[in-house]
Design a protein around this ligand. Structure first.
Ligand code: SER
Length: 620
C-alpha cells in the first residue's frame, strides 16, 4: 500500500469510527508568537485538549503537514526528514486507551497489512509525575496474545516479548519533553509507541554505528522504526510542579505517514516510498547521479527532503530571509545548493529546479496544492535564492579549503556567514568533513554567542511551540480584527489578509493593497480602531456552519482551510446585526475592546508586489 493510499485509508477508517475529518493547520501557524512551524498535529488542538469544546465534536482525525527545523542535522539516514505528514486522531474526553490501542492495531494490521509478528510497543514505566501505564500494558497483552511471535533472532532480542517499558524520556509526551521541562499550564501525558521490525535479514544493526551494543526497539540502528505514538493526554502542570488531571482524558495520536509507507513496503528507506520516488527520479535525471551509490545517497536524501520542505514553506507564505521562518528556509535552500555541488559540477538550471518542484506538486496535488495555479512562483523563489548563494559559495569554499587549520576560528566561521551567507550550521558541517581540523572550542564559543543572538531573534521559541495567551497577545489578537476591518473601511474591500504575526511587543499584518498608505489614510485607520476600542464593544464567540458564517460576511484567511463547523468572533453590540467585525478565528480574544486601551500604527512598508505590511503597537 502506498503513502497516498494509507493517508486516505486512515481518514476513512477513523471516519468509520465516527470521527470528523478536520483540515490541517497551516504549516506556519497564524498569530502564535511562540512557535515558528506546525510540528505536530496536536498543535492546533491545544485549547480543545485543555477543555474548550471543538466546533467539530469530540472525535477528530486529520493528516497534518509538519516541519521540524531541529531535525535538519538528522536528515540523510533512511528515516529522518524535516518535512513529514503526521496522521492524527483525537479523542477530546471521548474514548481512551481501550479504544485507541485496538483501533490503531486493527488499522495497521488489517488495513495496511503489517505483519503483527513484526510489531513491538513501548509503554511508560512510571515516575513521580504519574504511575506505570498498566492499563496499556494489559491492552497490548490481549492484542498480542492472538498474534504469532516473530521468528527467533540472534541479536539478543526476545521475540516473545512485545511490550517494553521506558522512563519519561522515551514514553512521556509534551511539546517540550519530560515532565520536569514542562512550563506551568502545559499539557502532557504518558504515551505508547509502535515500532516496526524490518528484520535481521537486512543486517541494519550489524552495519550501523551501534553494532557493538545490543539491539532494542528504541535502538537508532534503523532496524526498528517508530511509526506512531498514542499519547494519553491527561495532565496539566501546576504552579507547584505537580500534575492535575485535565478536565477530560484525551487521546492525541500521531503516526508518521512516510514511515508507515516504508513499513508497508518492507523497505526501511522512506525515500523509496511513493511520497519521494517522483522527486528522487527527477533528481537522478537532472544530476545524472545514482541513488544507490553510497557516495550520492545521503546528499540526494538531504536535497529531496529540504526541497520538499522548502516548497511547503514557500507555499505557506515564507520567503528566504535572515530571521525566524525565513532563516530556516534559507538554511534549507543553501544546504540544497551545497549538496547538489557534491553530485554535479554544474549549477542546476531553472528548468531542472522547475522539474523538481513539479515532481513534488504532482505527488501531493490533490491533497495539499489543489488551489495552486502554477508552480512558477514557487520555482522562482527557489531559483533566486539558489543563484544568490551559488555566486558566493565557490568563493567561500575556496577560502575554507585554503585556510590553515589553526586559523579556522570561531571568528573565521562567523566571517564566512557575514561575507558569503554560509549559515553557521553549514560552515560547521563543511568544517567537520574528514581532513579538516577545527578549532572546536573557539568555533563553539563564537557559535554559542551567535546562537544566543539568533535565539533572541527567533523569540526563544520552544521547539514545538507553546501558544502564549498572555494579556498583550490576546489584546493584539483582537486589535488584528479591528485593524483588518478598519483597513477595509478606509482603503476598500479589495484589502485581503495575506499573513499576520503577533509578538508580545507588536502585531504585524500583511494585506493586499496596490500602493503605499498616505499619512492621512494611516491616521484615519488608527483613529477608527481607537474609536472602536473606546466604544467598549463586546466580543462574542459563536460556533457556526462555515458556509453560513462566510455568507453572513465573516472574514476568513485564504491560506487556512476551515472545518465545516467553525468558531466565529464578532465584535459589536449585536452578533446578528450592528456588528463591526466578524472573522472565522480560533481566538483567544478580549471580551470587550475597551480592554485594549489604545493603539498606534508604528510603520507601514511594502513586502512584495501589491502587498503591504503594517505594524501596530499597544499605546495605552
Ligand atoms: N503529539 C504526539 C506527537 O507529536 C502524537 O500526536 O508525537
Amino acid at each position: 500500500m502506498t503513502g497516498n493510499e494509507i493517508r486516505q485509508k486512515y481518514l476513512d477508517f477513523f471516519e468509520g469510527k465516527r470521527h470528523k475529518v478536520i483540515p490541517p493547520a497551516p504549516i506556519v501557524p497564524l498569530n502564535d508568537p511562540t512557535t515558528l512551524f506546525t510540528s505536530s498535529g496536536m498543535q492546533q488542538l491545544v485549547p480543545y485538549l485543555k477543555g474548550e469544546p471543538h466546533p467539530m465534536g469530540t472525535r477528530l482525525v486529520d493528516s497534518q503537514p509538519c516541519f521540524r527545523s531541529e531535525d535538519i542535522p538528522e536528515v540523510g539516514d533512511n528515516r529522518h526528514t524535516t518535512f513529514f505528514e503526521m496522521l492524527g486522531n483525537w479523542s477530546l474526553g471521548d474514548y481512551f486507551k481501550k479504544e485507541q490501542l485496538p483501533w490503531f492495531f486493527e488499522f495497521v494490521t488489517q488495513i495496511v497489512g503489517l505483519d503483527p509478528a513484526r510489531l513491538y510497543v513501548s509503554v511508560f514505566e512510571g515516575s513521580s509525575a504519574a504511575s506505570r501505564d498498566d492499563q496499556s500494558i494489559q491492552i497490548w497483552q490481549e492484542l498480542f496474545k492472538t498474534t504469532a511471535p516473530a521468528a527467533s533472532n540472534s541479536v539478543g532480542f526476545d521475540p516473545q516479548v512485545k511490550i517494553y517499558t521506558y522512563p519519561a524520556a522515551k514514553n512521556w509526551w509534551s511539546r517540550v519533553g519530560v515532565p520536569e521541562k514542562m512550563p506551568v499550564g502545559e499539557i502532557g501525558g504518558p504515551d505508547s509507541e509502535l515500532f516496526y521490525d524490518f528484520g535481521e535479514g537486512l543486517k541494519l544493526h550489524e552495519q550501523s554505528a551501534f553494532k557493538d551494543q545490543s539491539c532494542h526497539i528504541n535502538c537508532d540502528c534503523g532496524r526498528f522504526m517508530e511509526v506512531s505514538n498514542s499519547v494519553f493526554m491527561e495532565y496539566v502542570k501546576l504552579e507547584d510542579g505537580s500534575f492535575r488531571p485535565l478536565p477530560a482524558q484525551n487521546v492525541d495520536f500521531g503516526g508518521g505517514l512516510e514511515r508507515l509507507a516504508a513499513a508497508a513496503s518492507g523497505n526501511p528507506d522512506v525515500f523509496t516510498t511513493d511520497l519521494f520516488t517522483p522527486m528522487i527520479q527527477t533528481l537522478v535525471q537532472v544530476t545524472h547521479a545514482s541513488y544507490t551509490s553510497p557516495d550520492h545517497q545521503q546528499a540526494m536524501r538531504i536535497i529531496a527532503d529540504h526541497l520538499k520542505g522548502s516548497i511547503f514553506l514557500i507555499d505557506g507564505g515564507v520567503t528566504p530571509g535572515n530571521k525566524t521562518q525565513g532563516y530556516f528556509l534559507r538554511r534549507l535552500l543553501r544546504r540544497v545548493v551545497l549538496k547538489l555541488r557534491s553530485l554535479t559540477n554544474q549549477p542546476l538550471t531553472p528548468t531542472a529546479y522547475r522539474q523538481l518542484v513539479d515532481s513534488v506538486i504532482q505527488t501531493y496535488q490533490p491533497v495539499y496544492f489543489a488551489n495552486l495555479k502554477n508552480t512558477q512562483t514557487l520555482t522562482d523563489t527557489i531559483v533566486t535564492e539558489s543563484q544568490k548563494f551559488e555566486k558566493t559559495m565557490a568563493q567561500g569554499l575556496r577560502i575554507i579549503h585554503k585556510t590553515p587549520a589553526d586559523q579556522i576560528t570561531g571568528q573565521f566561521a562567523f566571517d564566512l556567514y557575514q561575507s558569503f551567507g554560509f549559515p553557521l550550521e553549514l560552515t560547521e558541517e563543511i568544517l567537520a568533513e574528514p581532513g579538516f581540523k577545527v578549532d572546536k572550542a573557539a568555533f563553539k564559543a563564537e557559535f554559542t554567542k551567535h546562537q544566543e543572538r539568533s535565539r533572541t531573534a527567533s523569540q526563544g521559541l520552544f521547539k514545538s511551540g507553546l501558544a502564549d495567551h498572555s494579556d498583550a497577545i490576546v489584546k493584539y489578537h483582537t486589535t488584528t480584527h479591528l485593524l483588518h476591518q478598519a483597513l477595509r473601511q478606509v482603503l476598500g474591500s479589495h484589502v485581503q489578509q495575506m499573513g499576520s504575526n503577533i509578538t508580545a511587543e507588536r502585531l504585524r499584518f500583511d494585506f493586499k493593497h496596490p500602493q503605499k498608505l498616505t499619512d492621512e489614510e494611516k491616521k484615519k485607520i488608527e483613529t477608527l480602531i481607537n474609536q472602536k476600542i473606546q466604544a467598549y464593544l463586546p466580543v462574542h464567540k459563536t460556533i457556526e456552519a462555515q458556509d453560513q458564517a462566510l455568507k453572513s460576511g465573516a472574514l476568513a484567511f485564504f491560506r487556512e482551510k476551515y472545518p465545516d463547523q467553525v468558531s466565529v468572533y464578532t465584535i459589536g453590540h449585536d452578533v446578528n446585526k450592528d456588528w463591526y467585525s466578524k472573522e472565522i478565528c480560533g481566538g483567544p480574544h478580549v471580551t470587550s475592546t475597551g480592554q485594549i486601551g489604545a493603539v498606534k500604527i508604528e510603520k507601514e512598508t511594502a513586502v512584495g508586489a501589491g502587498v503591504r505590511r503594517i505594524y501596530v503597537v499597544l499605546a495605552g
